[in-house]
Design a binder for this molecule. Structure first.
Ligand SMILES: [Zn+2]
Length: 259
C-alpha cells in the first residue's frame, strides 16, 4: 500500500517514482494499484491491461480497435525506446500512439475553447531568419519544453534547417485521420515539423497490402540529431512507431525523460 502513503519518507520516494507523478506533478497526487488520484479531487481507473493481446500479427484494423479500447494502464505500459539510433520499428510497436483520452482532457481541456485558454506563444527558431510564432499549451510546462527544443534546434548547423523551417502546425482541434480518436494536436502538445521532409506509413502502404498482412516498409528522412533534442525534453517521435509519422513530435513526459 506504499502508493497510498504520503507521510513515510521511503514510501514517498516510491510514490514519486511513478511515471505519471514524475511527469505531471501539478496534476497527479498519487497512484495506487488501480486508481489515479488527481489533485483536483477526481479519480480515474487505471483499468485492465490489454498488453497480452497486442501482438505483432494484429492487422492495422485490429490494432485500431485495440487503440480504441485502450486503458490508462495500457498507455503507461508501453516502453518507448529513446535510442541513440534510428531503427525500423517492430510490427505494431507504436509506443505512444495508445492514449487514454480522458487523461489528456483532464489536464489540457475537454473542448477547443478550454484548450485555447492555455495556449501561449513559442518563438520557433528564434534568432534565425526562419523564426516564427507557434501556439502550444502552457500546461505541464509543454510550451517551455518546446521553447527549449527550438532553441537547441536553432543551434544546429544550417544543413538541418530545411527540416525545421516552416513547421506544418501545432494546435488543431481534430481527430486522427480515419479514426474517432482525438489527435494530440487538439491539446496543443504536438508539433509537425516540415511537411516536405516527412514520411507517413499510409503513403507507403495500401489498404490492399494491409488486408494481405504485408509488412509496412519503414521510411524516414528526419536526422537523428533532431529527434534526440526533442526526446531529451520529453517529446516522443512518430518515427519510432511501426505506423510511423516522421514529422510528428508530442509532449509525453511519462514515456520519455525530460531534463
Ligand atoms: Zn502530428
Amino acid at each position: 500500500m506504499c502508493c497510498y502513503c504520503i507521510t513515510h519518507s521511503y514510501c514517498q520516494s516510491i510514490r514519486d517514482y511513478h511515471p505519471l507523478i514524475r511527469a505531471y506533478p501539478a496534476h497527479i497526487l498519487r497512484v495506487s494499484d488501480d486508481t489515479v488520484y488527481w489533485k483536483n479531487g477526481a479519480t480515474m481507473p487505471l483499468g485492465t491491461s490489454h498488453k497480452a493481446t497486442l501482438t505483432p500479427t494484429l492487422t492495422t484494423a485490429e490494432l485500431e480497435e485495440w487503440l480504441n479500447n485502450a486503458t490508462l494502464r495500457d498507455q503507461i505500459e508501453q516502453p518507448y525506446a529513446a535510442l541513440d539510433t534510428i531503427l525500423p520499428p517492430k510490427p505494431n510497436d507504436d509506443a505512444g500512439r495508445c492514449r487514454f483520452e480522458p487523461f489528456f482532457e483532464m489536464m489540457y481541456g475537454t473542448s477547443e475553447e478550454t484548450v485555447r485558454t492555455n495556449l501561449v506563444p513559442v518563438q520557433w527558431l528564434r534568432g534565425t531568419p526562419d523564426s516564427t510564432r507557434l501556439l502550444f499549451s502552457r500546461v505541464n510546462g509543454a510550451a517551455d519544453a518546446l521553447q527549449r527544443v527550438s532553441d537547441a534546434l536553432a543551434r544546429l548547423g544550417a544543413e538541418y534547417r530545411p527540416f525545421l523551417a516552416k513547421p506544418a502546425g501545432t494546435f488543431k482541434w481534430r481527430t486522427i485521420a480515419r479514426t474517432n480518436r482525438r489527435s494530440t494536436h487538439s491539446y496543443g502538445i504536438a508539433i509537425d515539423i516540415h511537411l516536405a521532409a516527412t514520411d507517413y506509413w499510409q503513403w507507403n502502404h495500401s489498404p490492399e497490402a494491409a488486408l494481405r498482412r504485408e509488412a509496412i516498409p519503414f521510411k524516414n528522412r528526419i536526422p537523428l540529431a533532431i529527434v534526440r533534442i526533442f526526446e531529451k525534453h520529453g517529446f516522443i517521435w512518430g518515427g519510432r512507431w511501426y505506423h510511423y509519422d516522421t514529422m510528428h513530435f508530442e509532449f509525453r513526459p511519462e514515456l520519455v525523460g525530460s531534463e
